[in-house]
Design a protein around this ligand. Structure first.
Ligand code: G3P
Length: 214
């Protein structure tokens, strides 16, 4: 699956009829940069056409377990089938544990801000549906994101855990292919980077050359 990582509705709008996209992810920083509140973002993204279940991802801002649990419940009760992104801090892992063992355990969770496979593995054990390793941020720390993703995918398969890996946080197009080859199921990409990913200077040159004969 391919998601766009942005909270900017105007930036997202042109993509609706451009490629087969599976939904939109965002985080508190992206919401702030776009100057939009989470509820308005969900409403406007649905109006844009991302209105099928589980197409939108919104992150909690609380840092304590009780606050994360309360925000997740509020999100699901207001909007239904949206993914609640919960960072894999110790408090976040406990929040995932509590939410997945409660009466509203059907709420969809994406464990996020993953830097190493053990955090993701623990989140998957607690029932997180999606796991979001931070590719470029791992790279920036001198880590090996392909190794993290590859080992995580192997762990999920060996332990028969159904969570999917949605690789996030990219800086250059090549990282997208590398993440998929390492074992990520899905990607979430900023519109700017997706623009770079689908462009090729030589193809543009060939198109211009052929057009000159038209
Ligand atoms: O979806 C997570 C992503 O938005 C974080 O990306 O570019 O801030 O590392 P970045």
């Amino acid at each position: 699956m391919l998601y766009l990582d942005s909270a900017n509705i105007e930036e997202l709008r042109p993509w609706v009829h451009q490629l087969s996209l599976d939904g939109i992810t965002c985080n508190p920083k992206l919401l702030a940069q776009a100057g939009i509140k989470a509820d308005d973002f969900i409403g406007q993204a649905r109006a844009l056409g991302f209105d099928r279940p589980h197409q939108l991802f919104v992150q909690v801002t609380a840092t304590d377990t009780a606050g994360m649990v309360a925000q997740a419940r509020q999100l699901w009760s207001r909007w239904g089938a949206v993914y609640c992104k919960i960072p894999v801090s110790p408090a976040g892992l406990t929040a995932i544990h509590q939410l997945k063992r409660s009466d509203d355990a059907s709420g969809a969770i994406c464990a996020t801000a993953i830097y190493c496979e053990r955090q993701a593995f623990l989140a998957a054990r607690e029932g997180a549906d999606y796991l979001a390793p931070y590719v470029n941020r791992i790279d920036r720390e001198g880590g090996d994101f392909q190794r993290v993703i590859g080992r995580l995918r192997e762990l999920l398969e060996r332990q028969q855990l159904p969570a999917r890996i949605v690789a996030a946080s990219f800086a250059i197009p090549e990282q997208l292919t590398q993440a998929l080859l390492a074992g990520a199921h899905d990607l979430t990409v900023s519109p700017a980077l997706l623009t770079q990913y689908l462009a090729n200077a030589q193809t543009a040159q060939a198109v211009a050359e052929f057009a000159s004969y038209g």
